[in-house]
Design a protein around this ligand. Structure first.
Ligand code: MLT
Length: 263
């Protein structure tokens, strides 16, 4: 069921289906809740599944010049409040993972588990911040050109031919993201806090999903973070870049479902 509600005077959009333990699926930068449709269709047979368009993406409006990870996390909480859901397992792809950490920091008692899907807990390095500023300029000048180059680069090179239709679809969906939404997300990611200390304290189980060919995330950095939580599991994927939900859909879906079932 598609739901739209007002948050701070603007429209937010999410989907809810199924019953049981709650799983919240959070998309990454330039994506929308649409990416989770195949996962949600399976998971909702055993769980309550919520997929959310994060601010400035999909059908959720732009709220300001910067969409901080904390702001996005507060939006997730307000959806859980509206649905009277006490605790949820958050599954965050990339930027969605940053939002999941911001949520776990602000509302630890609401977290049942975390699935950090091609993401990590650290802040941007100084170099990454400079790259973000350059990216903002590129998006200002040529949003469509940026999307055209950005999306294929998220995949392991050996997958780009077999997944060319999905890549075209992702590009078309990313093109629906308004310039203001793209820039607000880039600014939010650039300013995000370092949440690595949280990993030492976190009581909820954590699953990291890592693509060995991910160019956007440092694998050694994530592996180091995965040692910290009291209960942590790792799925390390060969021949996968940043898009495991398309590059290894069966394995990532069953691993998430098994993790959610047992915690
Ligand atoms: C994403 O896929 O959400 C972003 O690439 C993450 C990032 O740029 O740090």
């Amino acid at each position: 069921m598609k739901v739209q509600l007002q948050h701070n005077g603007r429209k937010i959009s999410y989907n809810i289906a199924g019953s049981g333990k709650t799983i919240v699926l959070l998309h990454g930068f330039l994506e929308s809740q649409k990416i989770w449709e195949p996962f949600a269709a399976q998971l909702c047979k055993s769980f309550k599944v919520i997929t959310i368009d994060l601010p400035g993406h999909g059908d959720t409006e732009v709220f300001g010049e910067t969409h901080s990870m904390e702001f996005m996390a507060a939006m997730v909480k307000s959806i859980l409040d509206t649905q009277n859901i006490e605790k949820a397992i958050l599954v965050g792809h990339s930027m969605g993972g940053y939002v999941s950490f911001a949520f776990a920091k602000q509302f630890p008692e609401r977290v049942h588990g975390l699935v950090i899907f091609h993401s990590h807990a650290a802040a941007d390095t100084e170099e990454a911040k400079m790259n973000r500023s350059r990216t903002i300029q590129v998006v200002e000048d040529n949003r469509i050109g940026f999307i055209k180059n950005f999306i294929p680069d998220l995949f392991a090179p050996e997958n780009t031919e077999s997944l060319k239709d999905q890549i075209e679809l992702l590009k078309a969906q990313a093109e629906q993201t308004p310039k203001a939404g793209i820039i607000a997300a880039l600014k939010g990611m650039k300013e995000r806090s370092d949440n690595t200390a949280l990993l030492d304290e976190i009581k909820s189980p954590v699953l990291f999903i890592i693509g060995k060919k991910d160019k956007r995330i440092s694998i050694s950095q994530v592996m180091e973070q995965a040692i910290a939580p009291a209960h942590c599991e790792v799925l390390l994927l060969d021949g996968v870049g940043h898009m495991g939900y398309l590059e290894a859909p069966r394995l990532t879906l069953t691993t998430i479902a098994d993790f959610c079932r047992k915690i």
